[in-house]
Design a protein around this ligand. Structure first.
Ligand code: NDP
Length: 236
């Protein structure tokens, strides 16, 4: 089988970095996209350990111009052939914690929407012609984007943007269906990252192992599904 090309956004820390580690361990060629490659020390160390298989490229997912730049950079990685992506992991995300009703700001809402919903949608659109037929797109969402599963008041900028991401992914699933590309919305569990915080229970490696298993098992027929890291269906 030819080597798969994978791309992970927000790859410099947290779940994104672990995706890169595990995809490299599986033998993929990986593009690790992050805002500041020069400061991404863990990724740059990995580059040395996997010469030619890991490329660290700049990407602010909230900036559509950066999507076009990234698309151009990917063409250069094609070795004269059309660059074909087998897996796109839209992982980058932001959470503005501590919001209180009455004081939820337009700035938080806008930043969260641009990063968590608009970014994955527009990036996937910009890279669509580089996705191989039968490729997979994993949108790392959250159970906090579930309207049916809504518990307490929560963090509106995050909840709203992840609900929007879920719709963005459902639309991408429709748009890419005729090429056999499967799109999934995946909740990683409460994972031990900067975003997950001190009380998170799930080790990052376990979360990503689970997510990759779910991605492996995903068929075009299941495209548009909303699943957690163990493959359980979540209510919209
Ligand atoms: P972290 O806060 O640890 O990491 C977030 C990553 O996203 C960082 O690499 C960060 O880059 C990047 N990022 C943020 N904004 C942008 C942007 N505009 N452009 C590019 N990269 C950006 O979070 P996690 O690893 O925990 O989260 C990964 C994904 O999983 C997110 O989508 C999150 O919503 C989701 N998730 C996480 C849960 C958890 O318990 N951890 C639970 C549910 C969902 P930088 O270093 O430059 O800030």
């Amino acid at each position: 089988m030819p080597t798969r090309h994978s791309l992970v956004t927000g790859a410099n820390r947290g779940l994104g970095l672990e995706f890169v580690r595990q995809l490299l361990a599986r033998g993929d060629r990986v593009v690790a996209a992050c805002r500041h490659p020069g400061k991404a020390s863990a990724l740059n160390q990995l580059t040395g350990q996997h010469p030619g298989r890991l490329h660290v490229l700049p990407l602010d997912v909230a900036d559509p111009k950066a999507h076009a730049e990234l698309a151009k950079e990917l063409d250069l990685l094609g070795d004269g052939e059309h660059y074909r992506l087998g897996l796109l992991v839209n992982n980058a995300g932001v959470l503005h914690s501590g919001e209180r009703f009455g004081r939820v700001s337009a700035a938080h809402l806008e930043d969260s929407f641009r990063t968590n919903a608009m970014g994955p949608f527009l990036l996937t659109q910009a890279l669509a012609d580089k996705l191989a037929d039968g490729a997979k797109v994993a949108n790392i969402t959250s159970e906090l984007g579930s309207i049916a599963g809504l518990g307490r008041f929560g963090t509106p900028s995050y909840n709203i943007s992840k609900a929007a991401l879920n719709m963005a992914g459902a639309l991408l699933a429709k748009a890419l269906a005729e090429r056999g590309i499967a799109v999934a919305m995946l909740h990683p569990g409460w994972a031990q990252t900067d975003m997950g915080g001190d009380n998170a229970s799930l080790p990052v490696a376990e979360s990503v192992q689970g997510l990759l298993r779910v991605i492996d098992a995903l068929t075009p027929k299941q495209s548009g599904s909303y699943l957690d890291w163990q493959g359980q269906t979540l209510p919209w």
